[in-house]
Design a protein around this ligand. Sequence first.
Ligand code: SAH
Length: 258
Amino acid sequence: MVRPKKHLGQHFLTDQNIARKIVGLISTSNATVIEIGAGTGVLTKFLIEDQLEKLHIIEIDEESVDYLHANFPELASKISLEDFLKSDLSVFQAPITIIGNFPYNISSQIFFQVLNYKHEVNEVVCMIQKEVAERLASSPGNKTYGILSVLLQAWYSIEYQFTVGEKVFNPPPKVKSAVIRLKRNETDHLDCNEKLFQQIVKKGFNQRRKTLRNALREYVTPSIIENDFFNKRAEQLSVSDFVSLTNLIESSKNTGIL
Ligand code: SAH
């Protein structure tokens, strides 16, 4: 067996039915399937049944990789010993489906990496900490709605699937878990400067209790300050509101009126 390592977020799922159910959530056929962090292969086993042809494993832990080679010889060349956060996904044939029981300590960073490849990644099926799952799937007006909710929902529809208790892991995590599915929407570009959009979303939520007039102080000019967006807080804005706000700020920059 592999000795679970805390710093790698290793909590091995022990319930075969849950593993089967997670793998069964993949809705795309013929995509390249990348499993992040296969560990001892509880999901991998079911992925091999369904998806072997186009399956690829990215696992950072050498001991797990050795275990996978020994127990799943059919995977042979399909396992990379590497850090997913540094992986170059452009080497894979799109569309890409990502699946995994993610290491919870880096799940947000994994989603930022997914966003770097949003034009290639068409689906994500994953288990993460329950609170994070709720945040990602949250809608405007909720306290849990945040940066990643907006940035991901701009490109993906997010479905909360089911909650998973602590006891089905070895060792049990301190938190509850949940499985979510992200499916790419029809958007191929946002109708605004996408870089500025991302900055505004981040800055807006960094001081989430303040109105956008204060949180986005550095972007607000006298010509736009009366706009009603600036009386609101970031958590009140939908994705399309943020697109409009980005255009408003961009246009006021372009006119040069300060
Ligand atoms: N899929 C297994 C293991 C889940 S635990 C199961 O369900 O039981 C999370 C896994 O992610 C561990 O195997 C850990 O080694 C791996 N991991 C942690 N950080 C990683 C990273 N940066 N890149 C790839 N894999 C990582």
